[in-house]
Design a protein around this ligand. Sequence first.
Ligand SMILES: [Zn+2]
Ligand SMILES: [Zn+2]
Length: 81
Amino acid sequence: MKENIKKTGICPICNNVMSKNNRTGEYFCEICNEAYVKRATCNKCGKEVELLSACGALQFFCNTCNELKSKKSVNLFFKKK
Ligand SMILES: [Zn+2]
Ligand SMILES: [Zn+2]
């Protein structure tokens, strides 16, 4: 069975376009030979927020501020797995 791979996301180290595995939600950079996961931090307190995907729309929850965040009020980044 073929894996569902999509070219998306930019590697935080080398700026290469990474492949996303839709099954695991992980990103893989062929140049770094490294797997990354998408994470986000709250733009108010700077703490890592939880990723909630409700109805296909990306939403985030900050446990520190105790509030729901939209994509615009968080900073997305890739973290080494
Ligand atoms: Zn890379
Ligand atoms: Zn916060």
